[in-house]
Design a protein around this ligand. Structure first.
Ligand code: FES
Length: 578
């Protein structure tokens, strides 16, 4: 390997060619502050916070390639002064209502200002346009806090390949937003919320629905039911200072009960139901050879991506609603009937790791008899906020279990939370349904892990083949779609999750501190916890869940039945590419 030798703060170091000075300094334990830099994603070098001295020059270290013989100084008076001035200039055009900002604890600008010792902002003057855009059901944009660092643009364009936002205008009028200055809700934005995760400050945030849920909980005429997605239980603890990857399922259930929900259900049950419906749909399509490849439809960001960019493949999407929508539909029908409650009184709240689920909850196709299947969607961050507001000592709570009939679920249901999980869960059930006997090993390791595109081939008893592809991140999905359209690849089954890593890294998950991000593999830690939850489950296949068997006996008849189609299936729309 080609290497280069340089000195940073008089310490000699040797690094692979192509390494930046910023990376080389980090290897030596020297922390240079950054704002616009996002490892492997944004290299715009626009904020100038990471200045270092290279000979007579002050230069941004995040894009400066290390070279043989370089002498870099990161801690001279000149460097400290220049960084401080740069940060003050950024702050001079920033809405500094920090105490009421949603990113108060996790704001990277606050952190770099503190680290640089900024105690005053000496520059006053005109402020740029402070537009607050709440046109999207998922994402709010507060332009008074935007630093123009470009991290959101890079995430949306380079990683997700959606390109919903970009830079507009010039000079002081420069702004970030959708083309033609449209509101974000009218753009091709798929609501994945990865721009929120990329934003260093509070310029991008989820549309909060906390007050709506507090109001419903306080209304004695409402019967308020909550359900929680699999990925929430492996990340919620981070909001309360617990190590990444801590499983907090029992504490979460207990806390939700303390908040006053009438029933605490598990969306993993909805995931098991999805497998029954989608697995049956897959087998039918494989047998008839029609509508292949079947593409999963659990992820609303991915569904909207197909609606905008691949409308000719809408029929390939499974007609199944996503797990929390299926469960919402069952709560307002089967459960309402069982409990003799007027479904109009029931409020279904979904706790999701995802901002796109907020938009999905409002889709009119996902309703029955004029009632939305799900009334409110809260992110992991929002439910953590409610728990904090209620003064609940989360970390010390004693664990409790979910309520039935939607509290029992399989390990297959829980792995929906990570990339590869839906495919693995489906293959566990599809194989056994065809074979008529138990699988020896339930793990499909080929679809696990964080590779962008994973593939496996499963031969069913009787000889039918299911070529399966699993992708996460919409950029990878676009690559796969292109290969399919060009005929380079052929599959029977495709799982797509819009966010890299899957739901565990959704746009509604806890923000991870920049310093932690450098050291901890967030995707791997949360995925490890998901698989541990599966391993700990007594039932690991969806069709073995006794409450799933019961709901078919008592209400739905059989998978893909007429009644299933009324409650559990949906359709999609063609949307504009622009
Ligand atoms: Fe290097 Fe912004 S972090 S220029």
């Amino acid at each position: 390997m080609d290497t280069v030798k340089l000195k940073i703060d008089n310490i000699e170091t040797e690094v692979p060619k192509g390494t930046t000075v910023l990376q080389a300094a980090r290897e030596l334990g020297i922390r240079i502050p950054t704002l616009c830099h996002l490892q492997d994603i944004n290299h715009s070098s626009s904020c100038r916070v990471c200045l270092v001295e290279a000979g007579p020059r002050l230069i941004a270290s995040c894009t400066l390639a290390a070279e043989d013989g370089m002498q870099i100084k990161t801690n001279t008076e000149r460097v400290r002064k220049a960084r401080k001035t740069t940060i003050e200039l950024i702050l001079s055009d920033h809405n500094r209502e920090c105490t009421s900002c949603l990113r108060s604890r996790t704001c990277e600008l606050q952190d770099v200002a503190y680290q640089a010792g900024v105690r005053e902002v000496r520059y006053a003057g005109e402020k740029s346009n402070g537009w607050f855009d709440i046109s999207s059901p998922s994402i709010a944009r507060d332009m008074s806090k935007c630093l123009l660092c470009g991290r959101c643009v890079a995430m949306c364009s380079n990683v997700q390949t959606v390109g919903a936002i970009g830079f507009m205008n010039r000079g002081f009028d420069t702004m970030i937003g959708p083309a033609l200055d449209k509101p974000i809700g009218e753009s091709v934005c798929v609501n994945c919320g990865q721009c929120i995760m990329a934003c260093p400050v509070g310029a991008l945030q989820e549309r909060e629905h906390i007050q709506d849920v507090w109001k419903a909980l306080a209304d004695p005429h409402k019967y308020v039911v909550v359900q929680t997605a699999p990925a929430v239980r492996v990340a919620l603890g981070e909001e309360f200072g617990m190590p990444m990857g801590t499983r907090v399922t029992g504490k979460m259930v207990a806390a939700l009960r303390r908040l006053g929900f009438d029933k605490v259900f598990d969306t993993d049950f909805g995931a098991d139901l999805t497998i029954m419906e989608e697995g049956t749909e897959l087998l039918h399509r494989v047998e008839t050879g029609k509508g292949l490849p079947l593409m999963t439809s659990c992820c609303p960001g991915w569904v909207k991506f197909v609606e905008h960019f691949y409308p000719d493949m809408l029929d390939n999407l499974s007609s199944c609603k996503s797990p929390h929508e299926m469960e919402g539909a069952m709560i307002k029908s089967y459960f309402a009937e069982m409990m003799d409650i007027d479904p109009e009184r029931i409020v279904v709240v979904s706790i999701m790791p995802c901002t796109a689920k907020k938009y999905e909850g409002e889709r009119t196709e996902l309703s029955n008899e004029g009632m939305q299947d799900v009334d409110y969607v809260l992110t992991t961050r929002e439910i953590a906020q409610m728990i904090k507001e209620a003064g609940i000592d989360f970390a010390n709570m004693r664990g409790e279990t979910f309520d039935n009939p939607f509290g029992e679920s399989s390990g297959a249901g829980v792995i929906f939370g990570t990339t590869g999980g839906v495919a693995e869960a489906a293959l566990r059930t599809v194989f056994e349904l065809v074979a008529g006997h138990e699988l020896e090993t339930v793990e499909y390791n080929a679809v696990r892990g964080m590779e962008g595109i994973k593939e496996t081939v499963v031969e069913l008893p009787g000889g039918k083949i299911i070529r399966t592809a699993v992708v996460h991140g919409l950029g990878n999905a676009r690559k796969l779609m292109s290969m399919i359209q060009k005929g380079i690849r052929k599959y029977e089954f495709i799982e797509v999750m819009a966010c890299e890593g899957g739901c565990i890294c959704g746009g509604g998950q806890p923000m991870v501190d920049a310093k932690v991000r450098e050291k901890v593999n967030v995707k791997a830690e949360r995925a490890r916890a998901i698989y541990a939850e599966d391993e700990a489950a007594t039932i690991r296949k969806s069709h073995k869940n006794p409450y799933i068997q019961k709901i078919y006996q008592e209400f739905l008849d059989k998978p893909n039945s007429h009644k299933s189609h009324i409650y559990l299936h949906t359709h999609y729309l063609v949307r504009s590419r622009y």
